[in-house]
Design a protein around this ligand. Structure first.
Ligand code: MN
Ligand code: MN
Length: 460
């Protein structure tokens, strides 16, 4: 009977029972690179900057260097306003035969400083924030924060701001109520226990010397002026993001997992990037997108709904064919994280179809919620294609669904790629505590996601 079961049943196995020593070493090596990238890239801008460094070291040149259609083996990138990045390696086949694109996002949930952030209350200085993306607000109190971003000045110059990353730097915090005095707060729901307008960042406490009102605010502004030469009005044209100050670390006694901020979705962004940097002359042109604004609907000039993608592909086609003709023959892996089954909260998942840590890259046929609403539903044929290329490249994978029916759901950039007439499927790393200030992934799954992106690029 066991033989019959082996023949007929789909029986997934833990990835660690399916890899050899060489592969274990390879995944550790890969994850060292990923962890270094994640540690350095705490905002979408930094994710672009770090990726450009790696791409230039691998021989990629700015898109302006391209004349006519992309040549086999030619490597170019387009840095879109410092917030999203598109890369390509020319394939043997012309652009009219389509390209293989992997698309991930590099923006993550965070607390953005408001345009007029600074105020003083009870002789304490604060920055007001407006959170970005889907967060559980209570998770962002009483944890160390850093501030990263830019202040754009009227003269056209931009001041880069990073406070809290250097060990010698101060950090920040949003305070929370002590349990002793939280009787009323504790009666509230988790959604209401901490309100958005209360996510104010403690910025200072020493008053400016002299008499009068707002002396602490003045002292904080004065320190900002000393460090960056800016005034309060300059903050109006700033993008300052408060992000968790945790270092990226290995987790578990066996060091099998990775803990860090912003793994959704820099974990898939890095997987794509590592895979395209290794391409020399793929069959079809390889394209890699690190997109911004996914967490707020992919809108705007740096989001996946924007037209920069068309502009990039038009340049790669170089007049040899139409963009739409190229799209229609193309294939996209929308690389985004999925929810890993959490045995502490089994009630939100349906075990048989939930992603599990260490079972490999998670392929999602559909996302969406409430009857698959809003999903980009990959065709059965496309899922079969992924099964084939993963099998051929030794990629450990699992099929997964984000949560139980009617429990909730989510979306990715897949729909915006499919809307362009590109066959698209979702694939990515299962994550525990997704969107929390400190997210957890498994090294094996991170590595298998990279192998999956590589398999997509190198498929014959
Ligand atoms: Mn995501
Ligand atoms: Mn997300």
């Amino acid at each position: 009977m066991d033989e019959k079961k082996t023949e007929l049943f789909y029986q997934p196995k833990n990835g660690y029972d399916r890899i050899d020593t060489a592969e274990r070493l390879a995944l550790e090596e890969y994850c060292r690179g990923y962890m270094a990238y994640l540690d350095a890239a705490r905002t979408e801008r930094e994710a672009v900057t770090e990726a450009v460094k790696l791409a230039e070291a691998a021989g990629f040149a700015s898109l302006e260097s391209l004349e006519g259609p992309i040549r086999p083996g030619q490597k170019v990138y387009l840095n879109n306003r410092g917030k999203s990045l598109l890369l390509a390696v020319g394939g043997k086949k012309p652009m009219k035969d389509g390209f293989v694109v992997t698309a991930a996002h590099i923006d993550s949930p965070r607390l953005d400083l408001k345009q007029l952030p600074l105020f003083e209350d009870a002789e304490l200085g604060y920055f007001r924030t407006h959170y970005y993306g889907g967060i559980k607000k209570y998770q962002w109190t009483a944890i160390p924060l850093e501030i990263h971003g830019v202040v754009a000045l009227k003269d056209g110059s931009t001041v880069e701001v990073v406070i809290g990353r250097d060990p010698a730097d101060p950090q920040f915090v949003v305070t929370d109520l002590l349990p002793h005095l939280a009787a009323d707060q504790m009666q509230k729901t988790l959604a209401k226990g901490v309100e958005g307008e209360k996510l104010c960042i403690l910025a200072g406490s020493v008053p400016y010397a002299g008499e009068g009102a707002e002396r602490v605010k003045l002292a904080v502004m004065s320190l900002l002026n000393d460090r960056y030469g800016i005034t309060e009005e300059d903050l109006i044209s700033a993008e300052l993001e408060a992000v968790p100050a945790f270092d990226v670390r290995q987790l578990g006694l066996d060091r099998s997992m990775i803990g860090g901020y912003g793994q959704d979705d820099r974990v898939c962004a890095y997987a794509e990037l590592a895979a395209i940097l290794e391409q020399t002359e793929p069959e079809r042109t390889a394209v890699c997108i690190l997109a911004d604004k996914e967490e707020i609907g992919s809108v705007g000039v740096s989001g996946m709904r924007g037209q920069v993608f068309e502009r990039f592909i038009e340049a790669l086609c170089g007049g040899s064919c139409g963009v739409q003709e190229s799209f229609s023959a193309s294939f996209c892996v929308s690389a985004d994280v999925t929810a890993a089954f959490d045995p502490m909260y089994p009630e939100v998942s349906e075990r048989q179809n939930a992603a599990r840590l260490n079972y490999g890259v998670g392929l999602c046929k559909f996302t969406g919620s409430r009857g698959k609403s809003g999903a980009s539903d990959a065709s059965a044929e496309l899922v079969a294609y992924m099964r084939r290329i993963c099998a051929e490249a030794g990629v450990l994978w699992q099929m997964c669904e984000l949560g139980k029916v009617d429990q909730g759901g989510g979306g990715t950039v897949a729909g915006f790629m499919a809307d362009r007439d590109i066959d698209t499927i979702d694939a990515g790393v299962p994550v525990l505590s997704m969107h929390a200030p400190f997210e957890t992934t498994s090294k094996l799954d991170c590595y298998m996601t990279y192998k999956c992106m590589k398999a997509a690029y190198e498929a014959k």
